[in-house]
Design a protein around this ligand. Structure first.
Ligand SMILES: Nc1ncnc2c1ncn2[C@@H]1O[C@H](COP(=O)(O)OP(=O)(O)OP(=O)(O)O)[C@@H](O)[C@H]1O
Ligand SMILES: [Mg+2]
Length: 361
């Protein structure tokens, strides 16, 4: 097992006209469970296939434990990969399918049996071991594919490309926690590709967010929620996503339209004057009967009752916002208070919003 390092790795499918993956330098640490999260077409599969060796990148080097494997085919890399749809020998039994990657690498017979039974037990396949794979429903076939990816103990990494797409929602939860259990047991590096934030946040030690072929942020789930480094992370993670208002910094004060909403605190010292975007997650918008800094005057326009919380819609000078509140907290109050708000320039976070001095807040 080893770190996987991408050194200036980039990829173009059209001879350099466009990049599916912008050149990046990045290390996947040994033994960690990663989720690679991003919208359709952002380059997740391309990145995974470069790591496994199905694609040779148009530039850069792939290192496995410091060894350059850029030119090596998948079999020489010792990496297991699970795809979106089942990849099985349909005429073989479930047992033989699970045993195949082990027999191929000359594992002793007793160990083959032990490992096959262990994976089958974890994935709930025990009673299907003797069945021909063709006879299983597609969901169960995919679970066998998953088992094939997880059965070997000595792999450097297991890469999973949206592996639970064909599985129903109830079983998805079970399998995700099984995957976590298997990861704790084997200590493999796992990279799990998904475009579903819930899947990413519940599964991973670290979530890597990819957008338009570039990594925009990585971190623990809570970090991405509490401290988005890029506007996109604010939108893509969270439900609903972050509210964004056009604003401007003038001599250290943040304005939305003519309203002074708070004081700008630059992430790297003072923030130069100019346009910014103000981002506030719905969870950090409080509805208040009186002005409270940092915040903004606004009128409530509607409430969605969601059961355990309410989504309160409000209209302010700079646009519409949503607040996620406890049931009962809403009302017709005229002010929004921001408990935690960020400033962005060119999509990148550049600061936070603080109370105006002398505001009494
Ligand atoms: N074989 C190919 N030839 C040409 N372009 C490709 C090829 N495979 C992918 N692309 C393009 O490269 C970009 C990244 O595709 P990729 O499949 O890596 O994205 P993805 O994040 O896995 O998307 P999805 O969530 O839909 O699976 C897309 O613009 C896609 O159209
Ligand atoms: Mg894909």
């Amino acid at each position: 097992m080893a770190d996987i390092t991408l050194e200036g790795v980039g990829h173009s499918y059209d001879g350099g006209r466009t990049h599916a993956l912008n050149p990046m330098t990045w290390t996947w640490s040994d033994g960690r469970a990663y989720a690679l999260l991003g919208p359709s077409g952002c380059g997740k599969t391309t990145l995974l296939n470069i790591i496994s060796g199905l694609i040779t990148p148009s530039q850069g080097r792939v290192l496995l434990g410091g060894r350059d494997v850029t030119g090596l085919p998948p079999v020489a890399r010792n990496i297991a990969q699970v795809f979106q749809f089942p990849v099985l020998y349909e005429e073989m039994s479930v047992y033989d399918n699970l045993a195949f990657p082990l027999r191929n690498r000359k594992y002793p017979k007793a160990e083959v049996d032990e490992r096959v039974r262990k994976v089958a037990r974890l994935l709930g396949l025990e009673e299907h071991l003797r069945r021909r794979s063709r006879r299983l429903d597609p969901g169960r076939q995919q679970i066998v594919s998953l088992g094939r990816g997880l059965v070997r103990s000595e792999v450097a990494a297991v890469l999973l490309d949206e592996p639970l797409t064909v599985i129903g929602p109830a079983l998805k939860w079970t399998l995700r926690s099984k995957l976590k259990e298997i990861h704790r047991d084997t200590g493999h590096t796992l990279i799990y590709v998904t475009h579903d934030q819930t899947e990413a946040l519940t599964f991973a030690d670290e979530v890597v967010v990819l957008k338009d072929g570039a990594i925009v942020q990585s971190g623990e789930p809570a970090e991405l929620f509490l401290s988005p480094a890029h506007e996109f992370v604010g939108h893509f993670i969270g439900s609903p996503g972050m509210n964004v208002l056009d604003a401007a910094v003038e001599r250290g004060i943040v304005r939305v339209g003519s309203a002074l909403v708070g004081r700008a605190v630059g992430d790297d010292g003072a923030l130069p004057d100019g346009p910014v975007r103000l981002g506030v997650r719905p969870e950090f918008v409080r509805i208040s009967p009186f002005p409270r800094s940092p915040g903004l005057r606004a009128g409530v326009t509607g409430v969605d009752r969601m059961g355990s919380y309410h989504l309160v819609h409000a209209r302010a000078a700079g646009g519409d916002l949503v607040a996620k509140t406890d049931p009962g907290e809403h009302g017709t109050a005229e002010h929004l208070h921001f408990e935690r708000a960020y400033l962005f320039r060119d999509q990148i976070r550049c600061g936070t919003l603080a109370a105006l001095e002398g505001s009494g807040a």
